[in-house]
Write a protein that binds this ligand. Structure first.
Ligand SMILES: Cc1cc2nc3c(=O)[nH]c(=O)nc-3n(C[C@H](O)[C@H](O)[C@H](O)COP(=O)(O)OP(=O)(O)OC[C@H]3O[C@@H](n4cnc5c(N)ncnc54)[C@H](O)[C@@H]3O)c2cc1C
Length: 371
């Protein structure tokens, strides 16, 4: 059985590891000259978004024998709005490194792969179809699936980020929802260590946002972050991504072609998380190729999660700074905070995204009808 995997990222390598475990050695085609050849950034996996699964890193290890080492457990998440700030305390999830760093998730996965990786690949899907029995598209974006007429794009985003040097509490990322500075978007700070962190803004490319100057937006947010963290952050590296696609495939599998990772639609439009689901699609696709399970069935919950997350995105975009302040202020109420911390932490299996979707849907409809 000949399997080609296009893309040596999180989903492609997870697929390869699983196939190998059952005796199939795929050929991996990577367009770059090494694994993880992109800017270094810190990312996070938050437990609340992966329900009913309780603890994603041990889950991946125990269930799929894939070993991923995070930077740190997240025990506190600080949420900033225009005029408020609150903390959620609990076992919230993990932070990890991506890109060119030797300990990035991609590089950790590569160490677990034995199959041949062809770097600087210029092979197109159509060429691979002639030689291989199965093609797995894991190219990290919706472009290829769009090209094959199998993708619906719901929004694109602009992302600008920097590595900053300062003093950080490693298990405490920060997130900002401040539409006065980043309309309909958000920003975050994820520490790599107690001295280095990633500072990032991300916003949807809606017509009103495209008119704005990203340099002004970045400057305003950078100054706000420095002032709220009470330090002068030194920028040592930068990155920018234009038109990052958020969408989902129409069909997860067409004949012997599989769409996994962001090509499937693992990136959640609500808050931009996609790593955990990318590992899942990689493993699930391998199970289908191996004849152990059906990819279409295994990915059903991921479709649902995507649509719930899209409702969350629309809900967030429908709020204004006053309403966000109110939500964040409420988190400072002891009872609510305790409840939220418990849900966000690892103690409960409650799928808060699923449970709150009907409410958000209703609010979205009411707001839409008032326009
Ligand atoms: C700035 C940023 C921050 C993020 N933060 C988070 C976060 O905090 N938490 C979270 O869970 N998710 C986050 N995400 C999303 C997460 O990174 C993605 O969902 C995940 O990496 C997708 O995995 P993948 O396997 O689809 O793609 P990738 O891991 O990106 O791998 C794709 C690979 O395919 C290769 N490739 C591309 N085209 C071709 C081709 N034609 N032929 C061969 N190879 C090709 C690429 O070079 C790359 O190596 C973030 C994304 C970005 C951009």
């Amino acid at each position: 059985m000949k399997v080609a995997i296009m893309g040596a990222g999180i989903s492609g390598l997870s697929c390869a590891i699983t196939l190998e475990r059952y005796g199939i050695m795929p050929t991996i085609f990577e367009k770059r000259n090494r694994v993880g050849d992109r800017f270094i950034n810190a990312e996070a996996m938050f437990e609340i978004l992966n329900r009913p699964i309780k603890d994603c890193i041990p889950y991946i290890k125990e269930k799929f024998s894939i070993d991923l080492q995070p930077i740190k457990e997240v025990n506190k998440l600080t949420i900033h709005s225009k005029n408020e700030k609150s903390n959620i305390i609990g076992k919230i999830g993990y932070t990890n490194i991506r890109g060119r760093h030797e300990n990035s998730f991609e590089n950790q996965l590569k160490k677990q792969v034995k199959s041949n990786i062809i770097f600087n690949s210029k092979y197109e899907y159509e060429e691979l179809c002639k030689e291989f029995d199965y093609i797995v598209i894991a190219t990290g974006g919706g472009e290829y699936a769009t090209h094959l007429g199998n993708y619906r794009c719901d929004l694109t985003c602009t992302i600008r980020g920097a590595t900053v040097v300062g003093n950080f509490i490693t298990d405490n990322p920060h997130v900002w929802f401040n539409y006065n500075i980043i309309p309909k978007g958000y920003a975050w700070l994820i520490p790599f260590s107690d001295k280095e962190a990633n500072l990032v803004i991300a916003y949807p490319d809606y017509p009103n946002n495209i008119k704005l100057d990203i340099n002004d937006m970045w400057e305003a947010f950078y100054n706000l972050a420095c002032s709220e963290l009470k330090q002068s952050l030194k920028i040592t590296d930068r990155f920018e991504i234009a038109r990052y696609m958020m969408g989902i495939c129409i069909r997860p599998k067409i004949d012997n072609t599989y769409f996994i990772g962001n090509c499937f639609g693992t990136i959640s439009p609500g808050l931009g998380f996609g790593q955990f689901a990318s590992v899942l699609t990689g493993v699930y696709c391998a199970y289908d190729i191996l004849g152990r399970a059906k990819y279409e069935i295994l990915t059903k919950p991921l479709f649902k999660n995507y649509y719930n997350s899209l409702i969350l995105r629309r809900f967030l975009e429908g709020l204004d700074d006053y309403e966000i302040d109110k939500l964040v202020r409420n988190l400072n109420n002891k009872l609510i905070n305790k409840f939220v911390s418990k849900i966000c932490g690892n103690n409960m299996r409650i799928d808060i995204l699923k449970l709150s979707t009907p409410y958000m849907k209703l609010i979205n409809r009411i707001k839409e009808s008032k326009k």
